[in-house]
Ligand binder design. Structure first.
Ligand code: GTR
Length: 419
């Protein structure tokens, strides 16, 4: 009997311990004491004093993110073949020129196909263009009836009307609240979007499908995870843009929401061609400081999404203090380019304060490069963006990208691109 009791106690104790460990923390008072790596101090302890020093330090930080978090992308020596599969001069009731570009990524005898949906204002010369992935297929971003439906794997989603991992007509226009095309075009911006699953379907299949088919299958602990593949895919879109005379490749604003906000940040850190960066509610592995362990943590993200990051990242599950970098340095890697980070007040899972703090702690790098420093270490009030070379807003409401977020992004972009 005694033995049975002690076993029961042991089981209960273990259960409570596990429950306590896995329950997300939403209490500022319970944030562990932590110290952040200084972006302006080299790994050997020397200080970064000049722009030249920063270029060296930047490499160091970039390589840490690559090797320990997102993973290293394989070398790309492949080719692109683009075909415009449809073109319309009077899209969106005459507001926009629209084209759908079929892009083949070719590596020796292997191929991957993606479709980019592009809307440009009629007066498209020099129009800044927002480039971002969509979650459920291009046809969900617009109500226009002739937008191609992707034939790759999509996540089942009742709201979008997908039950068998295949996109269909039910999804048409279902994500328009996230893609206010008419408003964007009316303000003189272009939009380019593609379905992220065409680069790498978002489930853990052991890195076999999507872009992985283009490369050899051997993997090591620093091989790329899906976020890095998605970032890489955006760079291939940039390669295509360089060949498209209607697009001003110097005015591309890379953007994304949530996991795709993480992707936008890593894309901009990896490719200097983007002129501006937007990270909407990107949270853990995006803009939020990992060491705060507020909301989603390194261990929870690695457990639920084992394919997003490289295997090395798992070493830091419940071990954030050992990370050689933290996410403020991801923002710093974007300097001196303008970056806008945004949170939603009810999106505690993504740690709004941690997203804000990354902006604050990246600021010294922007200053060193002659850019404006980020406002004081105090969250701005709801719906009151802080604009600067690093910009931040916290919107009221839930995890989402809304027309209000877009308004702030467009105001921000307009101030840079003179629109
Ligand atoms: C959540 C995930 C977040 C965020 C989000 C999304 O389930 O925990 O990191 O990426 O998904 O992408 O919508």
């Amino acid at each position: 009997m005694k033995k049975i009791f002690s076993i029961l106690f042991f089981l209960l104790g273990s259960f409570l311990l596990i429950a306590q460990q896995s329950a997300p923390n939403y209490d500022e008072a319970k944030i562990p004491v932590y110290s952040l790596p200084d972006p302006l101090v080299f790994d050997n302890g020397l200080t970064v004093n000049s722009k030249k020093d920063w270029e060296k330090r930047r490499k160091e930080i970039y390589q840490s993110f690559e090797k320990e978090i997102y993973g290293v992308a394989p070398e790309w020596t492949g080719k692109l073949k683009s075909t415009i599969v449809s073109q319309k001069d009077n899209a969106l009731n005459g507001l926009a020129k629209r084209k759908q570009v079929h892009l083949q990524l070719i590596n020796n005898d292997r191929k991957l196909e993606i479709v980019i949906l592009i809307y440009l204002p009629q007066n498209y010369k020099n129009a800044p263009i927002f480039l971002g992935y969509n979650f459920n297929g291009n046809h969900t971003t617009s109500t226009e009836t002739d937008i191609i439906i992707t034939d790759t794997w999509v996540r089942n989603n009742e709201k979008i009307g997908t039950l068998d991992n295949r996109a269909n007509e039910n999804g048409r226009g279902k994500s328009v609240s996230r893609w206010p095309m008419k408003e964007i075009i009316s303000r003189g911006f272009g939009v380019a979007t593609l379905y992220y699953g065409e680069i790498d379907p978002d489930y853990d299949d052991g890195f076999k499908n999507g872009v992985h088919q283009l490369f050899d299958s051997s993997r090591i602990s620093s091989s790329w995870g899906s976020i890095a593949t998605w970032a890489w895919g955006l760079s291939r879109v940039m390669d295509y843009f360089e060949t498209d005379k209607e697009i001003n490749v110097k005015r591309v604003i890379v953007m994304g929401h949530s996991r795709l906000g993480k992707t936008a940040l890593w894309a901009a850190a990896s490719d200097k061609r983007y002129a501006m960066v937007i990270s909407n509610n990107s949270g853990c592995g995006g803009a939020a400081i990992s060491r705060r362990k507020f909301g989603e943590t390194v261990s929870s993200i690695n457990n639920v999404f084992p394919h997003w990051f490289c295997d090395n990242f798992k070493k830091f599950n419940d071990n954030e203090d050992l990370l050689p970098v933290d996410q403020h340095e991801l923002i710093a890697l974007i300097a001196p380019r303008p970056v806008s980070v945004a949170s939603a007040a009810e999106d505690l899972w993504a740690d709004p304060k941690g997203e804000f703090l990354s902006c604050f702690y990246a600021s010294p790098v922007y200053e060193l490069l002659g850019m404006k420093s980020f406002a004081k270490n105090e969250m701005p009030p709801l719906n009151k963006p802080v604009y600067g070379d690093i910009s931040y807003h916290v919107r009221d409401g839930k995890h989402d990208i809304t027309s209000l977020d877009w308004k702030y992004y467009m105001d921000y972009a307009a101030s840079y691109f003179n629109k």
